[in-house]
Every structure is written in C-alpha cells, then in structure tokens.
Ligand binder design. Structure first.
Ligand code: CTP
Length: 406
C-alpha cells in the first residue's frame, strides 16, 4: 500500500469538546487516537474554550479547530454540514449533561449541537459530570433517549471527581476512550464470533508466599483480546496474574494457577467458536503446596516435587467438536520446526511462533504464523499491530473453513 493510499485509508473523527473540567483530557485523547492511526479534527463549544484553548487542540491534531457557526474558513459557509461529511464518526468527549440534554431533544443552537443533528455518521458520546448530575432522572432519561437514537455512550466510570466528590460521572481515561473508538471504527471481520482466550503467566504456589511462575507480561494476549473485540468478536479472557487493564468490552476472569485456568476454560469451552491460547501456562506445579511459609533449615538442599499440569490447548483442541484453535509457541531456538511440531501434536489449526527471549515482556513482537498452507512471517511491529494481523489471518482461515463446509 502506498503512503497516499494509506493516508486515504485512515479513519477520521470529528472530536467535539463541551465545557467540562475533563476537557483537559481531550488533549491526551487526540494523541492516543493519533497513535491508533486515526485523524482527528476538533470542534469546541464556547464553554469548552473556557477550559482548554483551541490553539492546544490545533497543535496536537494538526488541523484547524472550529468553534463557531459563522466561521469564514468553510467556503460554502456551512461548517455545521461540511465538517462532518467526510468523517467516520463524531466523538463528543467530554460530553456535559447540558450537551446530552440538547442532543436528546435535537436542539441545534451552536456549531457542535448542529453538527450532531446534521450528521450522516455515527455519534459517540463520553459523558463527564458530577455524580449527582449523572444520577439525576433527567440525565438518565436523556441517556436512554440517546441510546434509543443509536448513539454509542462510552462510560462514565466511577472515581474521584474534580468537585471533590467521589462517584459515577468521571470521563473514561483517554487511552480507554481511544481504544473503544478505534474498536468502533475497525472492520467487523469476526462479527458474531465468540472468542475464548488465555493470557499471561500462571502462578503455582510452593508455600504461603512463594511460587513458580514465568516472565510473561500478558501484553500479546491482551493486544489480541483488544484486536478481536475491535473486529466485532465477543471475547472471554481467562487471565493469569498481570498488571494490565482489562481490555474494554472483554469478559475477564482472573486466575492464578494452571488448574484454575483450566477450570475457567472448561466452563466456557462449549460456547467458543475460536480458542486462542496465549498464556504461558506452567508445565508443572508443586505436588503439595505448603499452607505456611517454609522455614530455612540447616539442610543443604530443599526438594520440591513437581507434577505436570493439564495441557489446556491440547484438551480443547481434542474435544469432539473443537473450536477453531490457535496456539502460541514461545521457543528459544529452532523456532519454526519446534512450532510446527507443536501445531501437529496439539492438533491446532494455527500456531503463532515467537522467540521467547525477544517477545516476553516487550512491547513489540516478530512472529511467524504456521498453518496447513505453510509459514507466513510478519514483520517486527507493536504487539497491537501484530495482533490485528493475526486476527485478520484467523478471520480469513475461519472464512475458508466455513466456505469448505458448505
Ligand atoms: N499450553 C496450554 N496448557 C499448557 C501448556 C501450554 O494451553 N499446560 C498452550 C499455550 O497457551 C500455548 C501452547 O500451548 O498456546 C504452547 O505452549 P508451550 O509452553 O510453548 O508448549 P508446551 O506444550 O508446554 O511445550 P514446551 O514447553 O515443551 O516447549
């Protein structure tokens, strides 16, 4: 794809700011949307300009910022129509109670509210307000009306508020919002598919404070969960202990041990269309973890006896009617040969091979995808980009499987 094609392919959103303290987060939101390849054009209400300047948003977005219906920069004199016409969505963040009331009623008395009424693209709204305002029946009525009108509401969440109170009404964090907007705009190649996944390490206790684990960060698995959600899948993520935020929109079950991970997978296996095993499951656990901390003794050696853990991927792939199974092979050498052997042994349709010493904990990854058609190498890229490419490959293989079975 040429640079021009890639540029034309970029998603474009119109970001509307209304007058709330959370407007300061919009600066970060512009950046985070840009990180995801989304072009941002900004419109601000007069009240929003009291919280953050158009100059800041212009510098960050790289495009002129509009605040008035009478802006002479739009040649045909109709910014309330023109500004939304080539956009994939209007995102209003922060959205005040007043803005939502106007949008629910269809009022159009400034540039942003008129743009929303005259739009031919989806509207996404991220509320931000004091908890009492959010809980007020009038606001809740307006939220319900906006949902009926097909508006997507992202958040709010509960937490500390600028007014000093604590409760529901905080705007979602910019990174979460950008992730949700990016997912909203992505092609829905896994629409209707139920994806079950494992991610992260497992922790096998030795005693009350110690255990066996590995250095898996969960980043690749979480990136895949985000990419699958963005592709329209319903994602259930069984996660070992990691310090990552739950992917927005995933049903997450947190576990510690391989046995707990196995139980959680068994619970959801029957409903899954696709299973992706990204977890670095400990191959062994201690045969009898001690309830209390083991004390140091005069002995020269401490013996811990280990027993094998169940192979979760192997189990699900050998069910009578298995989902489409994807495994990850982390190897330190002979990458493709070991990964292909694992693919055949575990009877999975697709094995993703990566070098453990490069992949574990890193933000980037370089993988090969091994399936019945051969080996496909992906270039080194961020785990989010790699995840999107893997999801596209899975969707393609699922499609061809569906075509063959017809
Ligand atoms: N896996 C699993 N349950 C296990 C071990 C592995 O579900 N008990 C899955 C992993 O999530 C991954 C794939 O199997 O998708 C390969 O994991 P890996 O640890 O590389 O394979 P092993 O079979 O354990 O082989 P080895 O450690 O000998 O390389």
């Amino acid at each position: 794809m040429s640079d021009i094609e890639r540029k034309n392919d970029r998603k474009k959103v119109l970001l509307g700011l209304t007058g709330g303290v959370a407007a300061y987060k919009a600066a970060e939101l512009v950046r985070r949307l840009g990180d995801r390849g989304i072009e941002v054009h900004v419109v601000m209400t007069e009240a929003a300009c009291g919280f953050i300047t158009p100059a800041t948003l212009q510098a960050l977005s790289g495009h002129p910022v509009y605040t008035s219906m009478w802006d002479g920069r739009i040649e045909n004199g109709m910014p309330h129509i023109e500004l939304s016409r080539d956009k994939d969505a209007i995102v209003v963040a922060p959205a005040t109670a007043d803005f939502m009331a106007k949008a629910a009623l269809g009022l159009a008395d400034d540039l942003l509210s008129t743009l929303c009424l005259a739009r031919d693209c989806p509207l996404i709204v991220a509320p931000a307000m004091n908890r009492q305002m959010w809980e007020h029946p009038a606001t809740q009525r307006n939220v319900a009306q906006l949902k009926r009108d097909g508006v997507t509401i992202l958040g709010p969440e509960s937490g500390d508020q600028a007014c000093g109170e604590t409760g529901m009404g905080r705007m979602l964090e910019p990174d979460t919002l950008a992730e949700a907007v990016s997912a909203f705009l992505a092609p829905k190649i896994l629409k209707g598919k139920r994806v079950l996944m494992t991610a992260g390490p497992t922790f096998e206790p030795i005693d009350a404070v110690r255990g066996i684990t590995n250095r898996s960060s969960g980043k690749m698995g979480y990136a895949l969960a985000r990419a699958a959600i963005a592709a329209g899948a319903e994602v259930t993520l069984i996660s070992g202990p990691v310090s990552l935020n739950a992917p927005f929109g995933a049903a997450v079950t947190r576990v510690q041990t391989a046995a707990e991970m196995f139980e959680a997978v068994k619970k959801h296996a029957a409903k899954a269309d696709i299973f992706i095993g990204v977890a670095a499951v400990a191959d062994y656990r201690t045969s009898a973890p001690r309830k209390h901390k083991i004390k140091k003794t005069e002995e020269d050696q401490l013996h811990i006896s280990l027993v094998p853990n169940p192979d979760i991927l192997g189990w699900i792939a050998s069910r009578p009617k298995p989902p489409f199974c994807v495994g990850f092979a982390a190897e330190s050498r002979n990458l493709d040969a070991y990964a292909d052997e694992k693919r055949r042994r575990k009877k999975v349709r697709l094995m993703i091979a990566n070098l453990a010493q490069h992949a574990i904990g890193a933000d980037d990854n370089e993988v090969s995808m091994l399936d019945d058609n051969g080996t496909h190498r992906l270039p080194l890229a961020s785990k989010d980009v790699v995840a999107q490419q893997i999801v596209a490959h899975i969707a393609g293989l699922c499609d061809s499987k569906a075509r063959k079975s017809k």
